[in-house]
Structures are given as C-alpha cells and as structure tokens.
Design a protein around this ligand. Structure first.
Ligand code: SF4
Length: 945
C-alpha cells in the first residue's frame, strides 16, 4: 500500500483507498460546497464506480458527506429517462427537436417573444447554463429565463450588488478555519453543507473557535454551538440592526475603514436605531433572553476575526435582501471584510448557483455580471454573440413566471433540470399552471417526477457521472465535473439539445458547438467584455481561461476567480489519490476580495444599506395560529429524484415528519408519531408528527423534499405562501401561517413489492426505495367493510391484477388483522399487512423476503404470522448512512457503557467515514449521560419527573 502523506495542520481526515490509485477527479453534484471527488472506475460497462473525497480539492480536502459518498449508487438506469418522449410515446431526438423548434418559432411569431419562458436550474453545468441564457436572451428576444437559484440565493445576489457593487462573495472557506468566531445564521450547516460544518468543527477543536448559531430551530448544527439564539422567525434583520447599534455604542467600529472605504453609515445607523435601538425591546421581539443577546453582541464586538455565514433561513424571506444587508452592515462597520478569518460568507445551496450567476442565468441579469439596464453591455454582448439585440427589460422572476403561465400568457415553457411542480411555493397552483400550459418541454435525467408528468415533450438529460463541464462553488472556485461512464440510453448534454434547437431556428453559426470546452472558452472570453486591464469594471473575469486548449480544459484543476497570474491551473485528471502534496494540483489558492478596501461601486466605496423594520408578509391569525418553516432532510437532495433512489439514504427519514413543540402538541391533542393534518390558505397536507423541543413553541417545521410522486399528500410546498422579497423575488419559504390538527386514520398498512406499477389511491401514501424492492405506507380515513378486500385492492393497484398471480390471504376481522402475500410463479413479489399486524419491527425482514423471491419452508412459516423469526433484528431508524448503523444499535452501545462520541464511534463504526451523523451521536451520548445521572441520583430524577 502506498503510504499517505496527508494534511495535518487543519485536522483533515487521513485515509487512503488503495483501489483508487487511478482515480478521476470530478465534483459532487449536490450542494454549493462543491466537494472534489476521486472516482475510481472499476467496471465502466457495469457502471461500477468507487467514490472518495479528493484530498487535493480545496473545498473538502478528502471529506465527503453522506450524499456525496453515495453518488456512485445513483448511476443505475432503472428510473432514468432513456429516450425522448412526445406526448407520452417514445420518439427520435430529431423528431422531438424539430417539434420544439417549430413551436418556438410559431409562438414567437404569433404571440411575441415574451410568450416564451425557460425555467432552469442550479444543477446545470456552466456550459449548459451559458447556452440556455445565450439562446433565450440573445436569439429568442426575451429575458424570460429564470432558475431555481431564485429560490436559493437571489436575496444574497441583490444584497451583494447593493453593498459591494457586484454580486460577489468576499470570503473563502479557509476563513471559516481562520476565524475566532463563526456566526451561522439560518443555516443548518451540519445537514445542508456538511463538509463545511466538519471543517468548522475541526477548527474549533484545534483552536477553540467560538460558534454562535442563530436559528429558530435547535438543529444538528447546534451541537458545536457555544451559543444558540433561537430567534423568532423573521427577526434576523432586527437582530443585526441591534448589533450595529451595539457596535456603535461600545466603541467597536473601525473608524478608519468607515471613513475611507464606505458610504451610507449614518443613514444605516439611524435606521437601525429606529428599528432596534432598545435592547430590552429587541430581546422580546427576537424572543431570546436579553443576557444571550448581550453575550452575542459582546462576542461579536470583541472578536476581530469573525465570519458570518448564512443560508436559506435568511434568503428565503419576504425581507431576505434586507436581512443579508443587515449582516453585511455589521461587517462593514467593523472593517471585517477582505481579511483572513473575517468576512461575510454566503453559503450557496446548489452546486452551480454561482456558475449560473456567472452566465446570467437569472431573468434579472445579463451574462458575466452585466446588467440588463446597461445599454452598452447589451450592445457589447449582442455583438459578441452575433445577435441582433438583447431584450431591454428584465424577464419574469420564478413566481411571476409561473403566475404568467397560470394566466395563459406563456405559450411555450422549457423546464431543464428542476422540478418546480414540487419545489415552488404554492406548488399545487404551479403544478396546475404547468399542466394548463400550451406546450411544455422538460429536460431531465429521471423518468418520472411531479413536473415531467405534465411534459408534452420530455428530453433525456445526462446525469452525474455522464456529464462533462464545470461548476462554481460558494467560494468562487470553478471545478470540473467529468464523465466517468457512458450516458444511458439516448441521454444527451443539455447544451447539445439547446444548441440543436437554436440551429433549427437558423442560428447555426452562433451555436456550432461540438464540445463543452468550446462553450467554456466562449464564456470566458465574454467575461472580459469592457473589462480593461488594470481597471476592471467587474471582478468576474475569466479572460485568462479564454484560450485554453481542449487538453488543458480536460485537465483543468479547481481554480478560484478572480484569477491569479499564472492561471490556467492545469493538473492531471488521472493520478494517485495520495494527498494534496502529490496529487498534482497546484497548492490551493484562497482568494479574498476587497483586501485593499476598494469595492466595485464607481467611487470604490462599499454601501451601508438602511434597514427598516421588517415583518413577514403574512401574520398568524385565529384559523392559522402556527408558523410553518420548511427545512431539509440530512441525506436527501431537493425533491429526492436521485438520492431517493439510494436505499441507505432513505432510511434516516423514511416518512414525512412535522416537528412541533411539546406544548403545542399537548394543546392540540397531538401525539408523537401520530398523524397530523396541516392547512394553510394555499392547501392541505398530511404528515406524521415529531414532538420535539428542538422546535419553538408556536412554530412547526417540515422538510421540503417530499413530492407528490413519492408522498402525494405530503408535499409541503403546496402549503407555502408565494410572498416574495420585493427586491430579489425570492419566495418566503420560511414563514407561512398554518393550522395543525390530529388526523386519525381508520386503517394503516404497509405494502412491500418488488416492482410497483403505480401507487395506491389512498389518503396518505409514502413510497420508499429499499434494496431490491419498494416499501409503501398507506393510511385511509374511512373504514372499509372488509379489511382483507381493502388490502387486496390496494395491492392490486400496485402489482396489477393479472390472473396468473397467486395470493395467500389471512384475515382475523374480529381482531382487526389482515395480511396477504402475492406470488408470481414461485416467487414472492409482494406482501401487505395492516399495520397492527405487520408491525414496523418486521419490515426489514419482509423486505429481505421480497428481495429474495423464492422462499424456503421457514420463511413461509413466519410469513403471515405477526412475529419476527428468531435471530432477525427488529427494524430501527438508521443514523449512520455509511455503515448503516441503526438508532437501536447506538442506544444499546450507550447503555452498554459508551460515554463519549469517540467511544460510540469506536464501538459501532458509526460516524467514522463521512461524519455526517456525528451531531446525532452526540445527542444520543448526552441523552445516555442524562439518563445515567437521573438513575444515580433519585432525588434529581424525582424532581425531573
Ligand atoms: S457537502 Fe456533501 S453534498 Fe455538499 S458538495 Fe460536499 S459531498 Fe456533496
């Protein structure tokens, strides 16, 4: 085995995979951290690949989270869209592209360019994004191209433009390790940016970094928090306004920086005083103890090396832009920007939200950070593209775009790489709008999702591992995503499909691309427009990469912009994964912006923004007394289209749960894990409850990942109001007034089938992928006359009703029990039982039987019983996705004497690979310690009880 020479100075993990000696360096497809992956192709035809963190990549230095480590398990083709479809039938590419181009030309001629709209995605590669934006803004004559990045970080885009004069992230990930104080606002970093969380945690262990978490919920991130401010939703701008007042009143300003490099301080301070000048009133408004508020203010004031990072909890608000500026104001006031360990650092949700902004993927901007309102920029880009002219007015932002679709104003809609029927607010209205649109094209890599069901034309896209291009992560670092295996079926790159349509419209010369390197070079060349050497108008400039050869593009190592002298940074694509010093990448540069205090406004000064009092768009009321907040599952990405196909990623959270505070649950007669019905002005949904004090009283929270395709009654975005930030158009996913009440089904059942044909029609249905089979939970409100007939009918909807199927049935009507097994020939293909009988403990064993198919006598003996065969372990929630360690195993280990997380890791292996579950291990250890303390001190126990 080759010896490993790994990083030691910042606590990076040290490990070597001997089978990855010939690894291809690529990038994770999920969050904005943009982790480097070393992929070892074991069998290209069988699509067998090993993945490990790339030690040389400056985003992760070898780490990956649970989602990243499972990327190789998403390469199967069972749920892929394999060829184009027109109106539900298979079609040839040429036929589909002809139809798309003909309809585009027809709509443009008949209804004008603004009857066309594109809705794209932060999952696209930069090359795909560039071609989409060029086609729409350059050649279709409309700016109606928006992206799901509007839902993710549009508020930060506008706030950074206001403060800095350009949409740029000033800091870099290294700042999180150099800081003495890290403030995480509205960010469950432990689950949503797990590798950055691990970097912060490692730095904290090494150098004692203080961590403050500002979030209404006590999330897993709080495991490393020295202070958690569980603020009232929507009070973040007031909190940072209050902080600005405190800094001013306690001599914590950087007077020189203020005078030399900023403008607008007095106005911002006056507005802050009017909004949040009174500490006692502010503490009440934020809903936190005054002492905690003071502790945070003191800590911030005295810690020069402070990084504030935020994510969707700040952005997804009707006042998101102001909230971001309130944070940036405090960094400007203290001069904490452009310095190692001192920066405001937005954490982008999506893998290529930054790349999308670089090419102008939002309806409100042009390519390369140029503005639609800038006549000179429009003319320069038109000349560069050989286009006649670019649209002079902004296009429709996401919510407005789908409103226009609903009104029938959009006659042609092309959706690429995203699932707006589930991910937009007021999602049922959006689904209905898409369904009503005259002509809908959907490009996606999967065969089914909430949006694809309404596509007139579906185009098969390439997935991770097949795609080839670039992405830019949250710290401005461009990395290559490289193809590892051949595309399935007839899947094509999105840029290819877009260019083919453009060429059919007559723009052959302008879209004559043969490979992504050509597109990248053009994108880089465009970024130089109007950027004079020595006096750049924009920091985003990839000019040094505009002439790179195909070979250099193929070998491009991660590179951060602004580019340094000596770029392009070309390293080998294939080489031993033996640590950053020997992998061939140049040493990672970590560029910070504004180190000289010069910003991108024409006078070189940053702007303070005066932030007035902000309240969420819709207040609670008598019939909607609780505030609904949406969150994300630890092991799932977005609407689960890829991660949902990996059984071990499903087991951490296999049912939709609504978190509710114990006091609210008690007042509403809601029991833990009972069903609840949630209603808002927009819709209704069914979830199970999770009664937990992690949730603030008066508020509830549910994940956004469940869709109608997986859990038809539990798509939380059908509840979310579509109020938007007036500046950024970003929707307020974090604050919808709702009512919650218990929902009592008369029947619950679990169905386990090898290959479901469809989902049963029941009030509550949840589908989970499992190894070699699918598990479906069902509940219905009305009690049927016959339990067994009902169960049989449910099962027939899932497996079909062919006469050759054989059924084994068992019913005890008096006891309310029924179960059945379905065989095709000798093979068991499905099993169903009322929940009373098929208790959850048996589920894992039954899944194994369905997967196995042909049963032995022992299996048959226990199949329709109520019991688990001897030697089989009861099902339990999975905590560690890497080693599939269950909660029960961990609890047993804690009971068996594991007093620390390290001991628990050593005993069970949980947390020893990607580390994503470590915060949950800490909670279990803490609970065990508390139980031990109570048991050894009966007095305390009595008090506690
Ligand atoms: S943190 Fe996880 S999901 Fe995000 S890029 Fe890294 S491995 Fe992928």
């Amino acid at each position: 085995m080759t010896s490993f020479v790994g990083p030691t100075s910042v606590g990076h993990p040290v490990r070597l995979k001997p089978d990855l000696q010939e690894a291809i360096q690529t990038t994770c497809a999920y969050c904005g951290v943009g982790c480097g992956i070393a992929a070892g192709v074991k069998d290209v035809d069988a699509r067998l690949i090993n993945v490990a963190g790339d030690y040389a990549h400056p985003a992760n230095f070898g780490r990956l989270c649970s989602k990243g480590t499972a990327l190789n398990e998403t390469l199967g083709n069972s749920d892929r869209l394999l060829r184009p479809r027109i109106n539900g039938r298979d079609a040839f590419w040429g036929e589909a592209l002809d139809a798309v181009a003909a309809k585009l030309a027809d709509v443009r001629a008949t209804h004008g360019p603004d009857a066309i709209a594109f809705y794209v995605s932060g999952q696209l590669l930069t090359e795909d994004y560039y071609v989409a934006n060029k086609l729409v803004k350059g050649f279709l004559g409309t700016a109606n191209i928006d992206t799901n990045s509007r839902l993710c970080m549009a508020s930060t885009v506008v706030a950074q433009q206001r403060a800095f004069g350009e949409d740029v992230v000033p800091g870099c990930y290294e700042d999180l390790e150099l800081a003495d104080l890290v403030v995480l606002v509205g960010s469950n970093t432990a689950w949503c940016h797990p590798v950055l969380y691990q970097r912060i945690k490692a730095a904290k262990e090494k150098r004692g970094t203080k961590v403050v978490v500002i979030d209404p919920r006590r999330t897993a991130t709080c495991e490393i928090a020295d202070l958690h401010l569980a603020i009232r939703p929507g009070s973040d701008a007031a909190l940072f306004n209050g902080l600005l007042c405190w800094l001013a009143d306690h001599g914590a300003l950087d007077a020189s920086f203020l005078a030399l490099h900023t403008a607008g301080y007095s106005g911002a301070l006056n507005a802050a005083r009017a909004d949040a000048g009174d500490m006692a009133a502010l503490a009440i408004r934020c809903g936190v103890p005054p002492a905690d508020l003071q502790m945070f203010f003191r800590l911030f004031a005295k810690t020069a090396k402070t990084v504030t990072s935020w994510s969707q909890g700040v952005n997804q608000s009707s006042g998101g832009t102001d909230k971001v500026n309130a944070i940036i104001n405090c960094h400007l006031a203290t001069g904490r920007i452009g310095k190692p360990g001192a920066a405001p650092l937005s954490l982008t949700g999506q893998p290529n939200a930054m790349g999308g902004r670089e090419v102008g993927g939002l309806a409100t901007q042009l390519a390369a950070h140029m503005q639609i309102e800038d006549v000179g920029a429009r003319a320069a880009i038109a000349r560069f593209w050989q286009a006649r002219e670019l649209p002079a007015k902004r296009g429709l932002k996401a919510v407005d775009l789908f409103d226009a679709v609903a009104r029938g104003e959009i006659k042609f809609l092309w959706i690429i790489g995203t699932n707006p029927a589930a991910s937009m607010p007021d999602a049922e209205r959006v689904r209905a709008a898409i369904a009503s649109c005259e002509f809908v094209v959907v490009s996606d890599c999967v065969s089914d999702n909430d949006t694809l069901r309404h596509a007139y034309i579906a185009l098969p896209a390439q997935a991770w591992g097949e795609k080839d291009g670039t992405v830019t992560n949250s710290e401005r670092r461009i990395s290559r995503q490289r193809a590892l295996v051949a595309p399935v079926g007839e899947a094509k790159p999105d840029w290819w499909a877009l260019a083919q349509v453009a060429r059919r419209l007559g723009f052959t010369a302008q879209f004559n691309y043969a490979k992504p390197a050509e597109i990248f070079r053009e994108h880089a060349a465009l970024s130089m427009l109007g950027n004079d050497v020595g006096k750049p108008r924009r920091l985003f400039d990839l000019g040094a990469l505009a002439t790179l050869s195909d070979d250099v593009y193929a070998a491009l190592a991660p590179v951060q912009w602004p580019l340094r002298a000596g770029t392009p940074a070309a390293g080998p694509t294939v080489g031993p994964t033996v640590g950053p010093t020997s992998v061939g990448h140049p040493p990672a540069s970590n560029s910070r912006l504004f180190t000289d205090g010069r910003f991108m406004h024409s006078d070189g000064r940053a702007r303070f923004i005066a932030i007035a009092t902000h309240m969420p768009a819709h207040a609670t009321r008598d019939n909607a007394p609780l505030v609904l907040n949406t969150n994300r599952l630890r092991d799932q990405w977005h609407t689960m289209t890829r991660t949902g196909s990996v059984p071990r990623l499903v087991r951490h959270a296999d049912e939709p749960l609504l978190e509710i505070h114990p006091a609210d649950a008690q007042a509403l007669n809601i029991t833990d894990k009972g069903f609840v019905e949630i209603k808002s002005a927009q819709g209704r949904a069914l979830f199970r409850s999770e009664v937990t004090s992690r949730q603030r009283q008066g508020e509830v929270s549910a994940p956004m990942n469940w869709t109608r395709t997986i859990a038809p009654a539990s798509c939380v975005n059908t509840l979310v109001n579509a109020a938007c930030d007036p500046q950024s158009g970003q929707p307020e996913f974090k604050h919808t007034p709702v009512s919650v009440q218990p929902w009592q089904p008369s029947l619950e059942a679990v169905l386990i089938v090898r290959e479901p044909l469809s989902l049963p029609q029941a009030d509550y249905v949840v589908r989970n992928g499992a190894e070699g089979c699918t598990r479906i939970r069902v509940a219905c409100a009305e009690k049927p006359p016959s339990l067994l007939s009902w169960l049989h009918a449910q099962m027939q909807q899932v497996v079909g009703s062919e006469t050759q199927l054989r059924w084994l049935l068992r019913e005890d009507a008096a006891a309310g029990r029924a179960a059945l097994a379905c065989f095709s020939g000798d093979a068991l293909i499905g099993f169903a039982a009322l929940q009373l009988q098929g208790s959850p403990a048996r589920t894992g064993w039954l899944q194994k039987l369905v997967q196995k198919g042909v049963l032995d006598d022992g299996d048959r003996l226990w199949l329709l019983s109520d019991l688990l065969p001897p030697g089989e372990s009861p099902c339990s929630r999975q905590i560690c996705a890497c080693f599939q360690v269950t909660e029960q195993t961990l609890r047993d280990a804690v009971r068996g004497g594991c007093r620390t997380v390290d001991a628990l890791v050593a005993r069970t292996q949980a947390g020893s690979k990607c580390g994503t579950c470590l915060p949950e291990l800490a909670v279990l250890v803490e609970a065990g310690q508390l139980r031990n303390a109570l048991q050894s001190s009966p007095g305390i126990a009595a008090q506690s009880v």
